[in-house]
Structure formats: C-alpha cells, structure tokens
Design a protein around this ligand. Structure first.
Ligand SMILES: NC(=O)c1ccc[n+]([C@@H]2O[C@H](COP(=O)([O-])OP(=O)(O)OC[C@H]3O[C@@H](n4cnc5c(N)ncnc54)[C@H](O)[C@@H]3O)[C@@H](O)[C@H]2O)c1
Length: 356
C-alpha cells in the first residue's frame, strides 16, 4: 500500500477474510492516513458491509484477494464497472471465481493472474505457505512434528510445500489426492499416498489445502484417533465439515487453548484449529516478509501494467508477463547477494537456431 501510494495511487483497504486481519497492521496503515475497513474477527455481515463500501468508492484497480470486491462490482454494474482498469488477483480461489465469470462472458475488465506467476507460485505458495501453515499449527498447539503422522489433503502447489516442510521437521507424511498426476507425483516424491478414509485412522495431524469443500467429513471424523488435530490451510473455512463435527459431538466444542476447539466424539477428542479457517493467517502471522516481498512486487507491477495498458488489454484472466516475473526474480537474487551466469552469444545463437 505504501509503494502504491508513493507511486501516486489513492489506496483503500478491506479484509479478504474476516479472521485474518492483524489489528496492529490495520491501525498502522490507518495512522498513515489510508482508509482501512477491517477488524480482526469481524462477522460476515460487517465484512460484507466493508466490501460494499469499497465497491461504492468505485476503485479503478482491485488487487490482492480482490475477487469478492470485483464480483460485487460486476453485480452492481454501471459506473462502478465502467471505470475499472482491471484487477490483480492473488488467490487460487479468487481466480477460480473470476474464470467462471469469464466463461459466462460476463468479465468486464482484464484480470492479471498474479497468483499464477512463477515467482508467486513457486516461492510464495510453496515456501511461504509451506512454512507459515506449519508455524500457525505449532503456535496454536506446540505439537512435536517429529515422530507424528501428518495427513495432507491436497498435493497442489501449496500442499507440496507443507508436505516438504513437515517431512523436514521429522513428521511421517501421508498425502491424499483426487488427481492421479498429483498423487503419482507425491508418491514419487517419497510420500505415502492413500484414500482419506484410510489415512483418517492413522493421522495425528490433518491439514486440508484443496480449495474444495467437505474434504474432511463425518466418515473421516468417525475413524480418527483420540487427540487428532485438524487444520485448514485452504482459502475458505469449508474444507473441514464443521456441521458434521458438531453433530457427531452433539453440540458446540470446548475451547481448550486459544484457537484450539475440542470436539468429544464417543470418548475421542478431536482438536480443531482456528475454527477451520486458514491456519497460517488465523493462528500465525501469515507468510514471512521475505516471501511476501515477491508477491507485493508482483501486485505493484501488475497494477502498473494494467494502468499503462488501459484499454488495450482483453477482458480476460491474463498471465503476468514473463518480463515482470524475471525482473522480480532478478531483484530478489540481488537482495540475497546471489549472482548467476548469463548465456554466451554462442549459446544464445545455438539455442535459437535449428540448423546446427
Ligand atoms: N494458506 C495460504 O496462505 C494459502 C496460500 C496459497 C493458496 N491457498 C489456498 O489453498 C487452496 C489450494 O491452493 P493451491 O494453489 O495449492 O491449489 P491447487 O489447485 O494447486 O491444488 C489443490 C489440490 O487439491 C486437490 N484436491 C481437490 N479436492 C480434493 C479432495 N477432496 N481431496 C484431496 N485432494 C483434493 C486437487 O487435485 C489439487 O491437486 C486454495 O483454497 C487456495 O486459495 C492458501
């Protein structure tokens, strides 16, 4: 926000997820004079009011986890939509919705798929979420990963990072997937792969990160061991079926630690973290700054691209240009004090010709 303001933009902010706002950060931004509509733990209605207030402000560019705002602006239509240069979208879930809008022929502005740039996917999701999801779980529980079995549901770009980091900390990792290619990849990466129903009886700690809903549900809870811990690192709190947990436990859970709720089911205790909300943000501090810097650079450069090419870009979900990715990686390497080679003219010639 500071960089965009310094670049001349008027910037306003609302939360993208009711439980993930850090009040101290929101307060610091407000103190700097930026309009901030976000409070930790705000209820769904307040969140919706905040998004609606930003829509009425009629922004020309939306960014970060902006899909709720962008979708609302499409629903409102009229002037709100006409003034849009575009959106720079940071989340898998957001892009999924915006692509559906595009498929229905209703997307009215270009959207840069920041979430899919190489610097974002490889570094933010794999290393940022990989570390911060475990950090959130450990802060909430102080579990020892070594010697325990972590069941990871969803071996996507994000899940892969969590699996790798958990293995590095000594956990035995089981992967559950629905995509045969991803499942095969997990197997060849050295993880056990099996259906969730089988893993349910073995796991000590379960982490969902699929972007889907009801990934852990009644049939799984019925098989879980006493003391099992359940966490979600996916965007929405729908991956763990909370209604089924309540039904099986015959009521509301008991809070045994901050952000740890215990459901007693037939004498077994199942511990849900952060109400099933995205655990690295709700129980931790989110990604480390050293992973977020590349995301922010992606967003700032995507916004610049949208503004510089206003009126020239198609109203579609677009890739971030390769040059932006390369520039960010080059700057990051420089900041780490790492130098690399470049192709010699002979190599460039060799690689670009066919007649050798
Ligand atoms: N916590 C964070 O900071 C953070 C960061 C990045 C992404 N995310 C969120 O994590 C989720 C996943 O994102 P991604 O980028 O890794 O997506 P992805 O599409 O790369 O991976 C998701 C994987 O889950 C698998 N899957 C779907 N349904 C499943 C099921 N029922 N059981 C087992 N596996 C299933 C898919 O086959 C896929 O391989 C999204 O909601 C995204 O918004 C969170």
């Amino acid at each position: 926000m500071a960089a965009l303001s310094a670049g001349g933009a008027e910037v306003a902010l609302c939360a993208a997820n009711p439980l993930t706002t850090q009040d101290d950060v929101a307060a610091a931004l407000a103190k700097d004079g930026l309009p901030v509509l976000a409070r930790r733990g705000e209820d769904v209605d307040t969140y919706a009011r905040h998004v609606a207030a930003l829509a009425r402000w009629e922004p020309q560019v939306t960014l970060d986890d902006g899909a709720d705002l962008l979708v609302l602006m499409h629903e409102i239509g009229g002037d709100a939509l006409g003034g849009l240069a575009g959106g720079a979208e940071e989340t898998t879930t957001g892009l999924l919705r915006l692509r559906r809008l595009e498929a229905e022929g209703r997307l009215a502005c270009p959207v840069m798929a920041v979430n899919e740039s190489r610097t974002e996917r490889t570094f933010n999701d794999r290393y940022g979420t990989g570390q911060s999801a475990l950090d959130g779980i450990l802060r909430a529980t102080n579990l020892l990963l070594a010697g325990h079995t972590l069941v990871l549901l969803g071996y996507g770009v994000t899940g892969r990072g969590i699996a790798q980091r958990a293995r590095g900390a000594g956990a035995a990792v089981i992967v559950c997937e629905v995509d045969p290619l991803r499942a095969l990849e997990a197997r060849m990466d050295g993880f056990d792969v099996m259906p969730a129903l089988d893993a349910a009886a073995i796991g000590d700690l379960f982490v969902t990160v699929t972007g889907s809903r009801g990934v852990l549900r009644r049939e799984h809870f019925e098989r879980m061991k006493d003391g099992a811990v359940l966490a979600n690192a996916g965007h929405f709190d729908v991956e763990i079926d909370l209604d089924a947990l309540r039904e099986l436990a015959g009521g509301e859970p008991r809070e045994v630690l901050p952000l740890v709720e215990r459901y007693e089911i037939d004498g077994r205790r199942l511990n849900l973290l952060a109400h099933g909300r995205v655990v690295n943000l709700a129980a931790g501090e989110g990604h480390p700054a050293a992973a977020m810097d590349m995301s922010f650079a992606n967003l700032a450069l995507a916004v610049t691209h949208l503004c510089e090419h206003r009126g020239e870009l198609e109203a579609r979900v677009l890739d971030v240009p390769k040059e932006i990715d390369e520039e960010i990686a080059r700057l990051k390497l420089e900041s780490l004090g790492v130098e690399i080679d470049s192709l010699t003219p002979e190599q460039q010639d060799y690689l670009s010709s066919w007649d050798h």
